[in-house]
Design a protein around this ligand. Structure first.
Ligand SMILES: Nc1ncnc2c1ncn2[C@@H]1O[C@H](COP(=O)(O)OP(=O)(O)OP(=O)(O)O)[C@@H](O)[C@H]1O
Ligand SMILES: [Mg+2]
Length: 475
């Protein structure tokens, strides 16, 4: 199946990548009052009113007048659509329906032909089954229904009233249908109840996963897709966006990290962030930017040399070309080849440190920028916090971000938000244009774009290690 019929329910079409697959039978499962009837009728109404497709609503319980009355608040003129033969609301008993479906050219087929009907809602599957004790007979009823829906290529919603008692029915029906949509109503923060819609299955259709919140408004169901803004965008690399070296991450960023912005990478202690940072920095170096880097206690220059080598960067050569500088907070040996590029700050108090960075780093960045160079600064905030304290980091980092970005350079800072505490973390988060987060939960590592200059976020993605450059893939 590759063509879709639009439901006209905006958020729903979006999470289904266009609408329901044409000719599919979809189970609409939900507790009483979740909005199944509204959603079903909205699907038929939108098809009819826009002259897309006509539809039939079959109810076993309520009379058409009752349904019209319940749905008057939405302003849908269902009676008029019935007159125009675009909609039909039919109340009949399940026995009669099944009987008519089995007969060639029975009542059901006649109405389908009369309306040239393409959409059907059955309210409800439970009632279709009601009174049938035998499991085999129940299945036969479902197959009878499915066969006729298939014969006329009808796109159908089969409403299923979720009950805790008849649980065993659901698995069977779920296999037979092409799609399953579940509506739920949950208590949320004690003061209000949250309505959510989740697509559990949709054959031949790329869906946006997760529980999406919907509201019942005076226009009907209004669904707001969760974290929906990132997919399906074309990667457009230009001078202002720089690749992170990780294509899936570039897509999240709608092309890459924009020049002149500041990002923070929040990691927990178990997460392996090394490859993210190395991939981003080496991509900067390869694109011709000059780099200033605060060395962390976990990685010395030789380790850095090794990991950059994996990404095709010869660090010694970059040092010789005077394209990289290192800030060293620890008293540890410096390989000879790197000596000229290292700024040692391990003996310095905070004021002297600030002064040194101003003179030796900020000044070079500014002069470089004036000559048209691009600079990139990497901060290890964990190192600064452990060596210089939380209070220092707040003022220092804010000033640094302001200076660096105003000079047109970009910045990435590594931080552990849990360790520095919520208050400082949210302060730092506000200071930056973008926030990445990576963390370990159980046996998996996750990655999420939580804030970006373009205003988009991502879902939590799985981090998979791969054997070749860039050694990470986001799934
Ligand atoms: N105009 C409206 N604005 C907001 N909410 C509404 C409006 N009209 C109806 N509702 C809500 O919609 C719910 C009923 O929706 P609907 O009849 O589609 O549910 P249902 O899942 O079909 O229920 P049942 O299983 O009882 O048939 C009501 O409980 C009410 O809370
Ligand atoms: Mg109902």
């Amino acid at each position: 199946m590759n063509s879709y019929t639009t439901t006209g329910i905006e958020g729903l079409d979006f999470i289904l990548s266009g609408g329901f697959p044409v000719g599919s039978s979809i189970l609409l499962d939900g507790a009483p009052g979740t909005g199944k009837t509204i959603l079903g009728m909205q699907f038929l109404y939108n098809g009819a009113i826009n002259n897309i497709e006509s539809g039939i609503y079959i109810t076993f319980e309520e009379f058409p007048d009752q349904i019209y009355k319940e749905l008057t608040t939405f302003g849908w003129d269902l009676k008029q659509l019935e007159k125009e033969n675009k909609l039909r609301v039919i109340c009949m008993s399940p026995e009669v329906l099944l009987e008519q479906m089995k007969q060639p050219n029975g009542l059901f087929e006649q109405i389908i032909k009369e309306l040239n009907c393409k959409r059907v809602v059955i309210d409800s599957l439970n009632l279709l089954h009601f009174g049938i004790e035998d499991q085999v007979e129940k299945r036969k009823a479902v197959y009878t229904l499915r066969n006729i829906l298939r014969k006329y290529s009808l796109t159908s919603l089969l409403i299923h009233e979720q009950t805790s008692i008849i649980r065993e029915e659901i698995p069977f029906v779920s296999y037979v249908v092409d799609g399953v949509i579940k509506l739920s109503l949950q208590d949320h923060q004690t003061i209000y109840r949250k309505r959510t819609l989740e697509v559990l299955k949709m054959r031949g259709c790329k869906i946006k996963e997760g529980e999406h919140i919907y509201r019942i408004t005076n226009e009907g169901i209004h669904l707001v897709p969760a974290l929906s803004m990132f997919e399906d965008t074309v990667v457009t690399e230009n001078q202002t966006n720089i690749s992170t070296g990780i294509s899936s991450l570039d897509r999240l960023l709608l092309g890459g990290i924009p020049s002149g912005t500041a990002f923070i990478l929040d990691t927990n202690s178990k997460a392996n962030y090394k490859y993210f940072v190395a991939s981003i920095i080496t991509s900067r170096i390869k694109s011709g930017e000059k780099v200033v880097l605060i060395l962390s206690n976990l990685m010395n220059l030789l380790e850095l040399e090794h990991i950059y080598h994996l990404y095709g960067v010869d660090l010694e050569k970059v040092v010789k070309q005077e394209k990289i500088y290192f800030i060293e907070h620890y008293d540890r040996p410096i390989p000879e080849a790197y000596e000229s590029a290292v700024i040692k700050v391990n003996q310095m108090g905070n004021e002297e440190y600030k002064q040194t960075i101003r003179e030796k780093v900020d000044a070079i960045v500014l002069r470089g920028a004036e000559r048209g160079e691009k600079w990139f600064v990497f901060h290890d905030l964990n190192t600064i916090v452990s060596q210089r304290g939380k209070d220092f980091v707040k003022t220092y980092f804010t000033e640094e971000v302001a200076f660096i970005t105003s000079a047109g350079a970009s910045l990435l800072a590594l931080s552990n938000f849990t360790e520095i505490g919520a208050e400082t973390a949210s302060f730092l988060e506000r200071t930056c244009n973008g926030v990445f987060q990576t963390w370990v939960d159980g046996n998996y590592q996750y990655f999420q774009l939580k804030k970006s200059p373009q205003g988009n976020m991502s879902q939590p993605l799985l981090v998979e290690n791969i054997q070749s450059n860039p050694f990470i893939r986001l799934i």
